[in-house]
Design a protein around this ligand. Structure first.
Ligand code: 6PG
Length: 476
């Protein structure tokens, strides 16, 4: 019998997805460029289900029932194009090619339209949850045509994570919608991690807590509103001891954060869409700054900080303040993230259901959190919600936390600990709620130096002042 679905690209993510499919009762065709990976999968895990290995791509395609469903799990960019180019001539009309890697959504749009012309379906699908998720249930964000989703749905929903019996998988929208949403997931992941890192840094510097005490703080936070996978593993990392030195593991890790690009893509795309995603942008910048060894070496111990670096502060009160700052900033990061998804959905006609995105992020993925239930509820209450921040629940949460949040940003500035995530989020919040912004001055300046015109609060139209003449106003 022929296999129901195939996976090509059997590095750890591909291998685990294939095993997940097989464990759930689907027969899985296997292919990898170098055969050793295929062999070792069958050797080690062959007993988990029905695997159909092939040594070459033609044999792999031949081993699949039609219409074929093929998952590609290779590096984003040129390697993905190379596999597609090799695969396409072997396929028949109606076959479905799924790219489950972290592709850029614009690449996915290009590939989808190229394959459509050949009568093939191309599905760019986000898959989140790392190696563990791929094996035991990831969050899955498929784009592409509704027909292709209908064909894939039984398998994808079965292998995905489930929360309260509901699969963490839904058809996001056409062409690149799935990969866009996965990219945004990663941008939010960056922001979440940056905020957690700032909370850790502030607590450590201001209160002199050691990593194991800090682990207890995060463990405690994980029993409340902040409950999430990332808070949980923060406690785990902070309580870890280094096997070599016997000291805290965190203190032997080089403080230069790396990145593979999805966070940067998120910010670049949001800039193109004109959506302020300052939380994610600061998270990407903070990673870049951490890796900027030349300038850090030139400045460390050279540039002066504040003279009085300790605050006279109550320990538990400050811990609570930082918790509020973290939660409020997190709400802002998600508000910005969902705003970017809404804007892209409008720009590309994707018709994305924002509440459904929060729903499929509740389990399986890296940003899974109790918080996402609140997001789903907010969009259930009002599908046209202009911003998460104006939803009653989130409005209330930030209202409760804002005084603490302001104290924390002020404390960070006072002691000289960088908190770009906390402070950018607070500035966004204050910018959004301002009745009047200094953008009026920007407009005045633009009109003076470049006759770029301005609009008035009291009349329709565009205006210009004769700045170098009699300063009379003209309608443009
Ligand atoms: C996921 C993760 C995954 C990847 C991160 C790491 O959802 O499972 O987001 O896709 O591990 O993107 O990204 P960086 O290496 O850029 O931190």
């Amino acid at each position: 019998a022929k296999a129901q679905i195939g996976v090509t690209g059997l590095a750890v993510m591909g291998r685990n997805l294939a095993r997940n499919l097989a464990r759930n009762g689907f027969s899985v065709a296997l292919h990898n460029r170098s055969q050793a990976r295929t062999d070792s999968l069958v050797e080690e895990f062959g007993s988990e289900g029905d695997f159909v290995p092939s040594t070459d791509l033609a044999g792999f395609v031949e081993s699949l029932e039609q219409p074929r469903k093929i998952i590609i799990m290779v590096k984003a960019g040129a390697p993905t194009d190379a596999v597609i180019d090799e695969l396409v001539p072997l396929l028949d009309e109606g076959d479905i090619v799924v790219d489950a890697g972290n592709a850029h959504f614009l690449d996915t749009r290009r590939r989808e339209s190229a394959l459509k012309e050949k009568g093939l379906h191309f599905v760019g699908s986000g898959v989140s949850g790392g190696e563990e998720g791929a094996l035991n249930g990831p969050s899955i964000m498929p784009g592409g045509s509704p027909e292709s989703y209908a064909a894939l749905e039984p398998m994808l929903t079965k292998i995905s994570a489930h929360v309260n019996g509901e699969p963490c998988c839904v058809h996001v929208g056409p062409d690149g919608a799935g990969h866009f949403v996965k990219m945004l997931h990663n941008g939010i992941e960056y922001a979440d991690m940056q905020l957690i890192a700032e909370a850790y840094d502030l607590l450590r510097h201001v209160l002199d807590l050691n990593p194991s005490e800090l682990a207890d703080v995060f463990r405690d936070w994980n029993t409340g509103d902040l409950e999430s996978f990332l808070i949980e593993i923060t406690a785990e990392v902070l309580s870890q001891t280094d096997p070599t030195t016997g000291g805290p593991f965190i203190d032997i890790v080089l403080d230069q954060a790396e990145q593979k690009g999805t966070g940067r893509w998120t910010v670049q795309s949001a800039l193109d869409l004109g959506i302020p995603v300052s939380g994610m942008a600061e998270a990407v910048f903070a990673r870049s700054l951490s890796g900027d060894v030349v300038r850090r070496e030139a400045a460390a111990g050279v540039l002066p900080g504040p003279a009085e670096a300790k605050l006279d502060i109550d320990r538990q009160a400050f811990i609570d303040d930082v918790r509020h700052a973290l939660y409020s900033s997190k709400i802002v990061a998600y508000a910005q993230g969902f705003d970017a998804i809404r804007a892209a959905s409008e720009e590309y006609d994707w018709n994305i259901d924002l509440g459904a995105m929060a729903k499929i992020w509740r389990g399986g993925c890296i940003i899974r959190a109790r918080f996402l239930d609140r997001v789903t509820e907010a969009y259930d209450r009002n599908p046209a919600l202009p911003s998460l921040l104006v939803d009653d629940y989130f409005k209330e949460a930030v209202a409760n936390g804002q005084e603490a949040w302001r104290r924390v940003v002020a404390a960070a500035a006072t002691v000289g600990v960088p908190a770009p995530g906390f402070s950018a989020a607070l500035s966004y919040y204050d910018g959004l709620r301002a009745e009047r912004l200094p953008a009026a001055l920007i407009q005045g300046l633009r009109d003076l130096f470049g006759a770029h015109t301005y609009k008035r609060v009291d009349r329709e139209g565009s205006f210009h002042l004769e700045w170098s003449g009699d300063r009379s106003e003209s309608t443009q």
